[in-house]
Design a protein around this ligand. Sequence first.
Ligand code: PHE
Length: 347
Amino acid sequence: MTDATDILEQLSQIQAAALEELQRVKDEAGLQAWKAGHLGRNSPVMQVFTKLPQAPKEERPAIGQRANQVKLALESAFSTRNETLKEAALSQALQAERLDVTLPGREQAPGRLHLETRTLREVYHLFGEMGFQVYRSPDVETDDFNFGLLNIPEYHPARDMWDTFHTTTPGVVLRTHTSPGQIRAMREFAPDPIRVILPGMCYRYEQVTVRADIQFYQVEVLAVGRRITFGDLKGTLTQFARRMYGADVRLRLRPSYFPFTEPSAEMDVECFICGGKGCPVCKQSGWLEILGCGMMHPTVLQNGGYDPREFSGFAAGMGSGRIGMLRHRIKDIRYLWEDDMRFLEQF
Ligand code: PHE
């Protein structure tokens, strides 16, 4: 036997031993150990390559070729075994973690928008079509913006209309209405004409009843420009109410008083519950108040930076919760912010 046949014989043994050992490998760790031992740098087959230069020149091709075959055979056996073990692990996992597909699924509760959000979006839409933009103003205001600049000086009896939450900082209050936004919008846009609505939460320190809560949404309407008249006010608000409540809704404007408008009015809609005959909800009057409004007081225009001899404007403020109540015949305004799902899911 020559050296070469000796080495070729050895290579066959190397292959046989390695393959036999591979069959006994049972897991990933064993597989990696096997790979290091039989295909790694110091493995027997790799050693044959390393020592190849020492073999007689004419024998090298045969040895090299055979060593290559062995190496390829081991590599392919390795990947086959790898696959087999992976499949075995998977089917074992499937067995162990069996899924019961006959169990009924868990129902996904689809979300929805809060009733108030939907009402507000409708209000934005209706006024948007009449050219009004949404303008945001802060919930926390100074006494000056909430009252003084709106022509309600300190000690003015009209302050009694707005029970107020005061913060611990003197002169800083939670806004009692969205009207302070009138001043902010005017100061931003003067002397340009304005058509905006100002939505937002308002806060009043008062007794909670079925028709009044300590916090509620208002939408302020503001139009400032040259030659704006009471006719524009009436037309705009009537158009809004008809689109909100239906084309044949009965409306009335009643004289009223607000320090920041002159003349002032309140708009009523016919009571939906009794059809105008009189019931407990409308306090037997047949009418429900939906908003306060009026022509802007010259002093307020001036405080906003407009010359009242040249400019005029109208403003209105409505509680959007009241709108939702009227449309859906909700009998208690407190439901709106109580977050009771049984109530909210009805809309
Ligand atoms: N701010 C008034 C209120 O909350 C409503 C109002 C707004 C009246 C604008 C007239 C003009 O009662």
